[in-house]
Design a binder for this molecule. Structure first.
Ligand SMILES: C[S@@+](CC[C@H](N)C(=O)[O-])C[C@H]1O[C@@H](n2cnc3c(N)ncnc32)[C@H](O)[C@@H]1O
Length: 225
């Protein structure tokens, strides 16, 4: 396989993201990486579920990428002091050089949590503190068995670029691993994505998207098959 050369970009809220020239894709919205992650995954996903939950939460992320969503999720659990287990799957982890560059460009508020998630080893459970655990899984999300979760961050590249993570079959796989009452959140609001979620038995909502994006999707598991 040819070498992957990804470059750091600065998004409009000042936070960094990565650009993959081979795919022509950025890892986050150019309108603001932290802004998008916070809006879609933390507020509409984790915070929404945590507010309605009395127990420990398990989050599963599809696409660990730069670790930004993971770091923001851990920061959320640290701030609100609740038990969290975060599992995140990645097929093409960043190189050590890319991690160092991404950290160096990140602001000091998120850097400590980001450093923890980037330095955590793959393939084992890492305790962030007594309440919070992180499991980074290196592998292909279409192949690995997905752990049961309460919140699923579907943060794959866009369906046009990475269609295998958005198929109706994958939506069934995502729905199967969600616990009853669990939610899937994603930045995509495409009609075919929403229809695949509905066909997998999930109840979908179109929510206001982050800056630069009119809508996003949240899907809830309201019954078991
Ligand atoms: C939009 S980026 C994720 C951004 C990430 N959540 C963050 O906070 O930086 C999509 C990620 O999915 C990964 N990916 C692509 N195909 C995959 C697959 N089949 N299984 C798991 N991860 C995959 C890419 O390498 C990339 O890191």
């Amino acid at each position: 396989m040819s070498e992957i050369i990804r470059t750091i970009i600065t998004t409009e809220d000042g936070s960094p993201s990565l650009y993959d020239p081979q795919l022509g894709e950025t890892y986050h919205s150019r309108h603001g990486a932290i802004q998008e992650s916070t809006h879609v995954f933390i507020q509409a996903g984790l915070d929404h579920r945590q507010t309605h939950s009395l127990r420990a939460l398990t989050v599963l992320e599809i696409g660990f990428g730069t670790g930004l969503n993971a770091a923001l999720a851990i920061q959320h659990a640290l701030d609100k002091e609740y038990p969290l287990h975060l599992a995140s799957i990645e097929k093409y982890p960043l190189t050590a050089e890319e991690q160092t560059a991404f950290l160096a460009h990140s602001n000091e508020h998120i850097r400590p949590a980001l450093q923890k998630v980037l330095e955590a080893p793959w393939g084992q459970d890492t305790s962030i503190n007594t309440l919070i655990q992180l499991t980074k899984i290196q592998g292909d999300a279409t192949v690995v068995q997905l752990p049961a979760c309460d919140v699923l961050f579907l943060d794959a590249f866009a369906p046009a670029v990475c269609p295998e993570l958005w198929t109706p079959e994958m939506m069934v796989k995502y729905a199967d691993c969600l616990r009853l009452g669990g939610i899937l959140v994603t930045y995509s609001a495409k009609g075919e994505v929403r229809r695949a979620m509905e066909a997998a038995g999930l109840q979908t909502e179109r929510l206001a998207g982050p800056p630069g994006k009119r809508e996003m999707l949240r899907a809830t598991k309201i019954s078991t098959p």
